[in-house]
Design a protein around this ligand. Structure first.
Ligand SMILES: Cc1cc2nc3c(=O)[nH]c(=O)nc-3n(C[C@H](O)[C@H](O)[C@H](O)COP(=O)(O)OP(=O)(O)OC[C@H]3O[C@@H](n4cnc5c(N)ncnc54)[C@H](O)[C@@H]3O)c2cc1C
Length: 272
């Protein structure tokens, strides 16, 4: 849609071009959300796709994904075979209710910064223990993704701050992973998504999303028993269960428990 309040769209070519960001202006990445509804408080957009960041790069320390990497680039990259956890990227992109056209332009940074409960790419990066590199006026800061989102549509980003990249440590990429998703209708937006990661030390991490206002990460030193799993889920604060037309909080809490048990069974080798 046309954004009638926008007076200027600037294409950033270098970091200095980001300094004018603040009240009344916003980062423009793929624009799939920005152009989907009125942005009455904005009059200036700064397009960061002209900064020329390499979409995905890796070395012995792990994987670095640029904020401007598109969902298609994330899902389709040829990752080293020793990193089975990267299959979560394709699964997460598939969990989004979006066409191929959207996947080709929507960015990883946009999905993370939008911080929607149904942000499956955000959830996958959180499940893999990712950290966000944030560029601010006061310098650069690494923030673990499980602390980056504080509520539905809310992040710790301050005015003018830009997400530059997400980094995933190498050992986490060697983990085994599993994903389960449910929606109220076959092509509907996710009502609950659970992603599990079993690392080589035996630590099992479950990341809950879509059902909760922000990604919730649960850690177990070993594969939990059914009783341990339900006791941990019961401790989740009632206010964290999300309520919108894609699912009531009590339904979301119930199906999350079912999906978490299935993910745990798959990772422990038992048939789900
Ligand atoms: C048909 C359709 C279906 C969708 N389905 C889903 C879905 O199932 N789940 C979901 O989570 N989303 C969904 N979306 C929303 C959105 O398209 C995606 O979240 C997408 O990944 C956003 O990326 P983008 O690059 O287009 O972001 P943009 O629209 O460009 O930006 C989104 C927001 O993030 C900010 N931003 C972007 N990049 C940065 C950065 N690097 N630093 C700081 N701020 C930044 C922008 O200022 C803006 O506020 C859908 C959208 C459409 C149109």
């Amino acid at each position: 849609m046309d954004l009638e309040t926008i007076r200027e769209v600037v294409t950033a070519r270098e970091r200095a071009d980001l300094t004018g960001l603040g009240t009344g202006s916003a980062v423009l990445a793929g624009g799939t959300w920005l152009y989907s509804e009125p942005q009455d408080d904005l009059e200036r957009l700064v397009d960061i796709t002209g900064l020329g960041w390499t979409p995905v790069g890796w070395n012995d320390a792990g994987l670095e994904i640029a904020a401007t990497c598109t969902l298609a680039e994330l899902a389709d990259a040829s990752y080293p075979a020793r990193w089975p956890a990267t299959r979560l990227f394709g699964q997460a992109c598939g969990a989004l209710v979006a066409s191929h056209k959207i996947r080709r332009v929507a960015t990883v940074g946009g999905n993370v910064c939008l911080a929607l409960p149904a942000g499956a790419v955000l959830a996958a990066l959180t499940a893999l223990g990712g950290s966000a590199l944030v560029w601010g006026a006061g310098g650069d800061e690494w923030i673990p993704l499980h602390r980056f989102v504080v509520g539905a549509g809310e992040t710790v980003l301050g005015a003018g701050e830009v997400l530059r990249a997400v980094r995933i440590p190498e050992p986490n990429l060697r983990s085994r992973t599993a994903l389960r998703k449910i929606a109220l209708s076959p092509t509907g937006r996710s009502g609950a998504v659970v992603m599990g990661r079993l690392d080589r030390s035996g630590l099992l991490t479950l990341t809950l999303s879509a059902a909760t206002t922000r990604p919730v990460v649960l850690e177990f030193p070993d594969v939990p028993t059914a009783g341990e799993l339900s006791a941990t889920l019961a401790e989740i604060h009632p206010g964290l269960w999300f309520d919108d037309p894609h699912g009531a909080p009590d339904w979301r809490r119930h199906v999350t428990a079912v999906l978490a048990a299935e993910v745990t069974a798959e990772l422990s080798g038992a048939r789900p």
